[in-house]
Design a protein around this ligand. Sequence first.
Ligand SMILES: NC(=O)c1ccc[n+]([C@@H]2O[C@H](COP(=O)([O-])OP(=O)(O)OC[C@H]3O[C@@H](n4cnc5c(N)ncnc54)[C@H](OP(=O)(O)O)[C@@H]3O)[C@@H](O)[C@H]2O)c1
Length: 372
Amino acid sequence: MIELAYKIAKQLTLHLLPRSTTSTPTGSAITKHQTPTTLQFTITLSLIPLTMFLLKTWRSTAFGLYGYLNFTKSSFLEHSKKFKAEDMQIKIEGKNCIVTGANSGIGYATAEGLASRGATVYMVCRSKERGEAALSEIQLATGNKNVYLEVCDLSSLRDIKALGSRLSEKDIPVHVLVNNAGVLEHNRTTTSEGYELNFAVNVLGTYTMTESLLPLLEKAAPDSRVITVSSGGMYAVPLTNDMQFNDGKFTGTEQYSRNKRVQVALTEKWSEMYGQKGIGFYSMHPGWAETPGVAKSLPGFAKSFEGKLRTREEGADTVIWLALQPKEKLVPGAFYFDRAEAPKHLLSTVTGSHSAIDSMLEELRSMSGISS
Ligand SMILES: NC(=O)c1ccc[n+]([C@@H]2O[C@H](COP(=O)([O-])OP(=O)(O)OC[C@H]3O[C@@H](n4cnc5c(N)ncnc54)[C@H](OP(=O)(O)O)[C@@H]3O)[C@@H](O)[C@H]2O)c1
């Protein structure tokens, strides 16, 4: 694929390059043709940016097409023909589950689904008001009183560490941690602790939350697991070291996709690091579901896919499935979609590997101050 892109780029460049050129101060080239009245401008395209552009376009096109064919409500209904009803008829009374971003969308449906199966659920929400409202609804709908609220802003390391200490004091085994909270902020904003906001919640928050809870997850081993809600959007990007998007023109959607790619790579790495302690690590993506987050961050997309998006329950289906299945059935470190293992790369020859995760992990350790 790279070879093909390179050939196309080379062809284009040859066609665009003039026979004799004069450089401008900006680096573009001007061709003077023989007719005295005509002056034709030609821009010289360098091969590397053009190849990068073609790869990026190719990845985005592949993701868009793949998503359209697989991520909508109709594909969920199609895929669900293979689902086994008994997979979800499992009670998990006495198990402690923590769900972040549990007051809304997929997180709400996950918390409700786990509570309806008897789990003790800790809902981690940044707003006390929204959290309490969701908690009452879930208690009412499920009849389960063992649902608790923990207020925590996951863009703040200070808040996450405080939550970690509160939960450690309870000294409870944590059977399931669902890293669901996520954000897509289009403008580049920085948290009070100095981190780019999307990164702070989606990557640093997920990392710090998981690492802080390792001792409690170990207490529930070998029955404990961490499920991280990523996004199909990660198919559009490779793993990049520039976690806070310091280089190049910032776009929120690309930063979100990059963050979601890091979550998948982190899950793989965690599984390698802590799998032997009896903790399972899985990432997944929910497809395209109608949620307040999508309506707010991607209004154009929500409008064009009106009536075609999954419900929040359909989006949460694989999260709950992953929480309920016996671990022997699951592949450590794998990426799941619609109750089945899914590829981590659509075009593996182009998107590369996750080998950069080791140095990224070092950076996350140093930012969070948590070393494991
Ligand atoms: N819906 C989809 O089609 C889709 C597709 C791919 C991936 N996902 C992923 O699914 C997950 C859930 O998204 P959703 O669609 O259900 O969106 P949502 O309705 O906006 O839910 C996101 C949740 O995360 C919480 N959250 C955001 N920032 C937070 C912070 N700083 N601290 C604590 N909580 C925070 C939100 O709280 P507030 O209510 O207070 O904002 C909300 O509860 C996300 O990780 C998202 O990336 C969704």
